[in-house]
Design a protein around this ligand. Structure first.
Ligand SMILES: Cc1cc2nc3c(=O)[nH]c(=O)nc-3n(C[C@H](O)[C@H](O)[C@H](O)COP(=O)(O)O)c2cc1C
Length: 197
């Protein structure tokens, strides 16, 4: 049976004290809800932190705590048809905590589309996004050309979470429409033919 709602995991990639990230993830969750046709699951790496010590290659984590932490995230990534990664730019790249979350997983990303909402001081996080495209290519994911980026993030949202720049909503619509196209297309393709790995 084909489900019409796409399952979107929205991954919030910053964990810094005083972070701007929740305003950005809240905004894109609103955009997803307004568009319709998608159900979103926010994965906030503050609420569900992941271990930072990796196990022996191809073996599960040794500690029960590490397995518990992964169990709170991995099944949700596996269930997603598509992803939206919300990332700040740190030193011309993306945060280490986001790379850690990516590296803990493999098949969860395969043959699924990934869209980006980025932010930063002066670059709108675009250098973080370009680097993430390289990482996700290695993980058999398809990155969406169109993204949303916010410069000078501290000026971008009002107290109600609305974006100051009306162009942001138009950019989100294009991005979500293309994410949905890839999400539906790849989900249906996998029904007929499993992705070869
Ligand atoms: C360690 C660090 C490095 C940063 N490097 C950059 C950068 O290279 N380019 C940029 O535009 N902003 C940079 N910034 C500004 C952040 O993108 C901005 O503070 C943003 O709010 C960080 O996201 P967060 O508040 O969710 O942690 C940096 C901030 C931090 C904390």
């Amino acid at each position: 049976m084909i489900h019409h709602q796409l399952k979107i995991a929205v991954i919030l990639g910053s964990t810094r004290d005083g972070r701007a990230g929740p305003a950005v993830s809240g905004w894109i969750l609103d955009q997803v809800a307004q568009r319709g046709g998608m159900e979103a699951d926010l994965i906030d790496l503050v609420e569900t932190p992941l271990p930072t010590v990796f196990p022996v290659l191809c073996q599960p984590p040794a500690s029960a705590e590490a397995r518990r932490q992964l169990d709170a995230v991995s099944p949700r990534l596996a269930a997603a048809d598509a992803f939206i990664v919300v990332t700040p730019e740190y030193n011309h790249s993306f945060p280490a905590v986001l790379k850690n979350a990516i590296d803990w997983h493999a098949t969860e990303w395969h043959a699924k589309p990934v869209a980006f909402v980025s932010y930063g001081a002066f670059s709108a996080g675009l250098r973080a996004v370009e680097q993430l495209r390289l990482v996700f290519a290695e993980l058999h994911a398809v990155t969406i050309r169109d993204s949303v980026g916010f410069q000078r993030i501290w000026e971008q949202f009002d107290a109600d979470g609305r974006a100051a720049d009306p162009a942001a909503e138009a950019a989100a619509k294009v991005m979500l429409d293309r994410l949905a196209w890839w999400g539906h297309t790849l989900r249906e393709a996998k029904v007929f033919q499993p992705y070869p790995v």
